[in-house]
Design a protein around this ligand. Structure first.
Ligand SMILES: [Zn+2]
Length: 735
């Protein structure tokens, strides 16, 4: 990373995280190295009332008899197997479904010149240490690679696992004796739970492989179900930068490589495309076999460097195990000086708007008065901006303001001084300027793996300090490939870049942001086509589906054809951008169906549409939604007999609410069967069922007093016939 230029130090002192004192947070860097025995380090339990976005301490336990080192939070448990190379052998989400997201441990293996496979799992007694740094746990493992018969080779692997909040940063050092030649180096091989069948990967290709310069590198999406022979896995010579897996709406797992891409692309053989990443079916035990090899050849061996370093991450969604109320959000801007009025803000509150943000990164009114990325102050009338924020605060609406994590406007002094140095560049050394139209520029793309990160923090801090905001809205919340050689410790830039992206720094920015806004602050991120558990874990809300997917024309797609990022793993309240999928002239019925499909997935149209507000009364009888668990349209508790009808479930110990919807324009009489034992909170002896509302989605839901009783015995038996209105939804309460 480029060193900070001298003239940037004016902002250096303010970019350090503020000290926010909270029960449960330790002072930083109390690095205590502990020799391990059968000991549990019971960190204090999570402080009550802290949100899932706020990092909390681990409880670490080492059991010599079973050989398990376990690292646990309220939301997830990771176990390392001390009798099998210290490998990560179990990942379980407290509010997830699978007992273990890994069917086989995360193995490190190599294949030598003769074809013999050497693995860390064959080492029964690795040296393992553990220490705590602040809230993070650092585990080191030193082990010998052995063949399956247990014979040692001269190769060793030293692994450092840094357990942070919702993710683990893993650094592997492969130590290879002089003269040893290898055909394969595989720092990551495992078998995933078969339920993680939806996946996406961001390719590891560059301009050299004809990827366009400044490619966004969106995920390529796939599905690999063991019992669907048409599903395809993945096989590529170029190690992807990331792979995300999901049991949609339920849970997930992802891995991604660190910022230094040369480790995965050039380190071993000096040429690109000599690796192998594959995802395929695994029969025994059943699962999804994943292996990531930066070097693999069927016949040719290479002499690798004596020490090969690989850095990568594992992350999982932090699931709370409770339903969320729909996220009702809107945005404002300067609007030619016609700022949002106090009355309008009162109307927002009356409709239920919870959050707003100022979004004004382009010159949409042709008056030159917009928020040029990185500039400050953006407007001559900042007092009016403050008034909007204060009006929102008074009435209970939380506020954020827009930042682009990647763009800096050329009009800023910082661009003029550092743009070339901080910029994301292509192989020719050019910058990329983003325009909304030929004369309207948003800014030039920057790379966080540079001094841009510190300036961006400074710029965000400057705004948060000076205005009554609850937090931030981050656009371009994505790591991207960059070929600026200055970002690789290559200070004169004489040699071409070896390749990096800025994922380490994106994660650092997310952690800094959460600390900066505090546990009750507001963090909204936008990551269309590149969702990530690791970053979303620090966000209150995620905005998705702005572009990159099939547009809706005359009908709403079947639910299984919606993008994976529609609800991803169901961990974070999401706003799905309707204008990204619906044309401006789309009929209103498609907007209604968009809202219905959003509700069936536990997400909300973004910004909140009139059709969203029309649907809300359906959920009103539920009361406090956080008291329920939600299961989306894929649940097995309710089955409907028509392919274009679907049901989502809100479940409490004493009752359940079933949201039944029809995606066709004409009414359908469906047979509805309830399996009460399959509800998130199973109902042992349900006694009654009632339909709470009838009519189309635009109808106002009726309160329970209007309920019409249904035959529960039929519903849990052969099925109850009921009519769902066209383009509509109804709610059934069961208790
Ligand atoms: Zn860069």
């Amino acid at each position: 990373m480029a060193s900070l230029p001298v003239d940037s130090r004016s902002f250096d002192h303010v970019v350090r995280p503020r000290n926010i004192c909270l029960a449960g947070q330790r002072g930083s860097l109390c690095a205590v190295v502990l020799l391990l025995s059968a000991v549990a380090w019971a960190a204090e339990p999570p402080a009550a009332g802290l949100p899932r976005t706020w990092p909390q301490a681990y409880v670490v336990q080492r059991d010599e008899a079973s050989g398990i080192l376990s690292l646990r939070t309220a939301y997830y448990t990771v176990e390392q197997d001390l009798k099998r190379g210290g490998a990560v052998a179990r990942i379980t989400l407290t509010h997830g479904k699978a007992a273990n997201l890994l069917v086989r441990p995360l193995e490190t293996r190599v294949q030598d010149e003769s074809g013999a496979v050497l693995t860390d799992l064959a080492d029964p007694a690795p040296a393992v240490t553990h220490r705590r740094e602040g809230l993070n746990e650092i585990v080191t493992v030193d082990c010998t690679l052995k063949d399956p018969a247990g014979r040692a080779s001269g190769l060793r692997v030293k692994t450092t696992l840094e357990y942070r909040w919702g993710y683990v940063k893993i650094r592997k050092e492969l130590l290879v004796p002089r003269g040893v030649r290898l055909r394969e180096v595989c720092p990551l091989s495992t078998v995933l739970a078969p339920s993680l069948s939806r996946y996406g990967y961001r390719e590891g290709i560059t301009e050299e492989e004809n990827d366009p310069p400044f490619s966004f590198g969106s995920n390529r999406w796939g599905m690999l179900r063991l019992d669907h022979s048409a599903d395809r896995g993945l096989s590529t010579r170029y190690v992807p930068r990331s792979m995300i897996f999901a049991d949609p709406g339920v849970e997930g797992l992802e891995w991604f490589v660190g910022s230094d891409l040369s480790q995965w692309e050039l380190q071993l053989s000096g040429r690109r495309g000599g690796g192998q990443c594959s995802l395929d079916r695994h029969q025994n035990p059943p699962g999804l076999a994943l292996s990531v090899s930066p070097l693999r050849s069927a016949d040719k061996a290479v002499s690798p460097p004596g020490t090969c370093v690989f850095e990568f991450y594992l992350a999982f969604p932090i699931l709370e195990g409770r339903a969320r109320r729909p996220w009702l959000h809107t945005a404002f801007n300067r609007n030619r000086g016609d700022w949002v009025s106090t009355e309008e803000i009162r109307r927002w509150a009356e409709k239920g708007i919870q959050t707003v943000h100022c979004h004004n990164d382009g010159d949409c009114f042709n008056d030159g008065l917009f928020w040029r990325d990185g500039s400050y102050p953006p407007y001559p009338d900042m007092d009016r901006y403050d008034k909007v924020l204060m009006d929102c605060r008074r009435i209970g609406i939380r506020t954020a303001t827009y930042f682009s994590n990647k763009e800096l406007h050329p009009s800023t002094k910082e661009f003029q001084q550092h743009g070339q140095q901080w910029g994301r560049k292509n192989r020719k050394g050019e910058l990329q300027h983003n325009f909304s139209s030929p004369n309207h520029e948003y800014g030039a793309q920057m790379c966080l793996h540079s001094g841009w990160l510190d300036f961006l923090k400074f710029s965000i801090d400057r705004v948060l300090k000076n205005h009554p905001l609850d937090g931030v809205y981050y656009d371009w919340n994505v790591a991207l490939l960059c070929s600026n050689p200055l970002h690789e410790g290559n200070h004169d830039g004489a040699a071409p870049a070896k390749g990096h992206w800025d994922i380490d720094e994106l994660l650092e920015l997310m952690e800094w942001t959460r600390r900066r806004v505090g546990p009750s602050g507001l963090v909204i991120i936008h990551n269309t086509t590149t969702p990530m558990y690791a970053t979303e874990n620090f966000a209150d809300y995620v905005v998705a589906t702005e572009w990159g997917y099939q547009r809706w024309t005359d009908r709403a797609p079947d639910l299984q054809d919606l993008p994976l990022e529609w609800s991803l793993a169901g961990a974070v309240p999401r706003g799905v951008i309707s204008y990204g999928l619906l044309d401006a002239g789309a009929p209103r019925r498609l907007h209604r169906l968009f809202a219905i499909e959003a509700f069936l997935g536990g997400v909300t149209p973004w910004p909140a549409s009139e059709e969203t507000f029309a649907l809300l009364p359906l959920l009103k009888p539920l009361g406090e939604i956080g008291n329920y668990r939600f299961a989306d349209w894929r649940n097995e508790a309710v089955t409907l007999s028509h392919a274009r009808c679907a049901a989502a479930v809100y479940s409490r110990p004493q009752d359940a609410y079933l949201l039944l919807a029809n995606l066709d324009p004409s009414p359908h009489e469906v047979t509805c069967v309830l399996h009460p034992e399959k509800l998130p909170y199973p109902l042992a002896r349900p006694t009654s069922a009632a339909r709470l509302t009838a009519g189309g989605a635009s109808a106002v839901g009726r309160v329970p007093g209007d309920a019409s009783r249904l035959d529960l015995r039929q519903m849990v038996g052969e099925g109850l016939k009921t009519v769902i209105p066209g383009d509509g939804a109804v709610v059934i309460q069961v208790r």
